[in-house]
Each structure stands twice: as structure tokens, then as C-alpha cells.
Design a protein around this ligand. Structure first.
Ligand code: ASP
Length: 350
């Protein structure tokens, strides 16, 4: 009798325990499902360069043009991702659009070198495979980012430079343009001004003979399959010396993407980005130290880069759709667009 009472109680207790367990598990499941459904499953971030971008120097017309170009690029990238396209296709398309715009220091609007030429650098990285491609110091390539992608996909190499890269472009049937395609009056005048500054300061170092960088372009994206990609394209620094290559075509410095962490594209004084491996450093802080995207970007840009005297910023997106856009300059042309949200475009510090 006593024994069966004990058994009955025990089975009641275990029944209650099971119910509590089921209810708790359901609550955890519901919470996770809600969290998941609220997270964007795709999205992209773009930049059009960081530097001395001040509201007081901007006309309403110019500001409108920059905002429009960034919004159009975001919408195009978003369309690709929404339709199930890859993050690689999205970043390449977005960067191509910005390369074709004379507003940015990439492709059509590239700055002039010390010799009065235009030498372009670009790179692209696939976070799902860690494959990457890049080109540097090319002079006749209309869309260097697409040549970078061909280096990644159609050659066993990661980086090709100068004439070799252009021979490869011809082999691949990619569009080449005459050098004067890259002429824009704005950049020519900037170069003249920069040369004058140089002759005013005959003993100045390399750091002083280059103008503050503004206008490099980049994009990072997360697609519906959870794949991350990043791409960056630039004309480099105004008045740069023969053969100078910046961070933008260097994987780990100006560009990095890893599905396990994030996708990053940088802009700023490339010599600093190269020495600090800015893009890879951000990814590594997430991988090895478990930092969030924002914490990693804050540590590398706002602390390390700033403390060392480097200027610039990055845009980044992680595999959960978190976005980060930080810079230590006066402004950075930037924007993002994630699933089911309108595009956000910003220029100044806010
Ligand atoms: N990072 C580029 C370079 O040093 C310039 C820029 O981002 O504006 O070539």
C-alpha cells in the first residue's frame, strides 16, 4: 500500500517534471525562432571612401549626387540578394556601378599619380571558400573589380599586377579602355593642387606629397545561403609615386571575407591598413577572441588605427546580418540595406 503511494507520487513528480521540461524547451525554441526570424537573412553595405568630407564644403547638388549613386548601388545589390543571387555577384555589381561613376576614386573617377597617369587597384574575396582575386597598377581596365574576380576564378593566382594583369584581361576578353577614359577635370585639378603643395614643401616626406585619400569604393554582402563576400576598388592616393600599391588589392589589408566571421572593405591611408592588416585583424578578433562585429571594428579602427595615427574607416557585415560602419575621419560615404528595410545612406559623422 505504502509502496504504491510512493510510486504514484513519484510518477506524478516525474510527470510534472517532464511538463516543465517540455514547456521550457518550447519557450527556448520559440525565443530562438523569433530571434532568427528577426535577423536579416541577407543584406549589404557599401562605402565610397573616407576622408575630409565636411558639410560646409558640400553643395546640396553634390550631396544629392553622392546619395543617389550610393542608393542606386545599394538597390542593385539588394535586388540580386533578394532574388537569391550570391554575395559575390552583389559586391561585384555594386563596385562596378561605383567604378563607372565619376564621383568616386575608382574606375572612371580615379585620381592621378605623380606621373599624371591613373593606376587602379581592386580585390574581391569569397567568404565561403576563402578564395580571393586582386589586380594592382592596371591602367586600361574599365572595371578592375571584374578583372580581380577573373583572377580568382580563372587563374591559379590571387594577385596580378600591371602589364601582366592587362595581358590576362585581354585573354579573358574583359573591357579595356584608352587611358584618357579615366580623365576627369575634378581629379586633374586635385592633382595640380597636390603637385603645387609638393613643390611648396621640397623636403616633405612621401606622406606629405600625397593628398588625403577620399573616394575609394567597396562593398560587403551576406546572401540567403549565409555566404559572405567583400570587394574594394580604388585609384589609390593622389600623386602617388610610380609603382605604389595600396591596401585595397591586398587581401587581409583592405579586403577580407570569411563565412565564419565577417566581410570587410576598408578605405583610408593604405600604408597603415597594410601594416595593421586591418580587414583580417577585424575578422580574427571575432574568430579567436569571440568579439562581436562592432567590438572588433571599434578595436581596430577607433582604437588601434587611431592611436597609431592612421586615418580611414571600414564597412563590414557578419553572418548574422549585423552591420558596422566606422571611421576616424570627418566623414565616409556609406550606406547599407538589409532584408525588408529601406536603404540607409550617410556621409558625415553623426
Ligand atoms: N586605401 C586607398 C589606398 O591607400 C585609398 C583610399 O581608401 O582612399 O590606396
Amino acid at each position: 500500500m505504502g509502496e504504491s503511494l510512493i510510486m504514484k507520487r513519484a510518477s506524478k513528480v516525474s510527470y510534472r517534471g517532464t511538463r516543465i521540461l517540455i514547456i521550457s524547451l518550447s519557450l527556448v525554441f520559440l525565443f530562438c525562432a523569433k530571434e532568427k526570424s528577426e535577423r536579416p537573412t541577407f543584406g549589404l553595405v557599401v562605402h565610397g571612401g573616407a576622408g575630409t568630407i565636411l558639410r560646409k564644403n558640400m553643395t546640396p547638388e553634390r550631396e544629392k549626387n553622392y546619395r543617389l549613386a550610393l542608393t542606386q548601388a545599394l538597390s542593385a545589390g539588394y535586388g540580386i540578394l533578394e532574388g537569391g543571387g550570391s554575395s559575390l555577384d552583389a559586391v561585384e555589381t555594386v563596385v562596378r556601378m561605383l567604378e563607372d561613376s565619376p564621383l568616386f576614386n575608382a574606375g572612371k573617377g580615379a585620381v592621378f599619380t605623380d606621373q599624371g597617369t591613373n593606376e587602379l587597384d581592386a580585390s574581391i574575396m569569397d567568404g565561403s571558400t576563402l578564395n580571393a582575386g586582386a589586380v594592382a597598377a592596371v591602367k586600361h581596365i574599365k572595371n578592375p573589380v571584374s578583372l580581380a574576380r577573373l583572377v580568382m576564378e580563372k587563374s591559379p593566382h590571387v594577385l596580378m599586377v600591371g602589364e601582366g594583369a592587362e595581358a590576362f584581361a585581354r585573354e579573358q576578353g574583359i573591357e579595356l579602355v584608352p587611358r584618357d577614359y579615366f580623365y576627369t577635370e575634378k581629379r586633374w585639378k586635385q592633382w595640380q593642387g597636390s603637385k603645387k603643395k609638393k613643390s611648396d614643401k621640397p623636403s616633405s616626406s612621401m606622406l606629405h606629397v600625397t593628398s588625403p585619400p577620399v573616394g575609394t569604393v567597396g562593398a560587403t554582402a551576406l546572401d540567403k545561403n549565409g555566404n559572405l563576400a567583400a570587394a574594394t576598388s580604388t585609384g589609390g592616393l593622389t600623386n602617388k609615386k610610380f609603382g605604389r600599391v595600396g591596401d585595397s588589392p591586398l587581401i587581409g589589408a583592405g579586403t577580407y571575407a570569411d563565412n565564419g566571421s565577417c566581410a570587410v572593405s576598408g578605405t583610408g591611408h593604405g600604408e597603415y591598413f597594410m601594416r595593421f592588416l586591418v580587414a583580417y585583424d577585424i575578422s580574427s578578433l571575432m574568430t579567436y577572441r569571440g568579439l562581436s562585429l562592432n567590438e572588433a571594428v571599434e578595436t581596430v579602427i577607433m582604437q588601434k588605427l587611431t592611436q597609431q595615427g592612421g586615418s580611414g574607416g571600414v564597412i563590414a557585415i557578419d553572418r548574422k546580418g549585423n552591420v558596422s560602419m566606422k571611421f576616424n575621419t570627418e566623414g565616409m560615404y556609406r550606406g547599407f540595406m538589409v532584408e525588408n528595410q529601406d536603404a540607409v545612406v550617410k556621409i558625415y559623422k553623426e
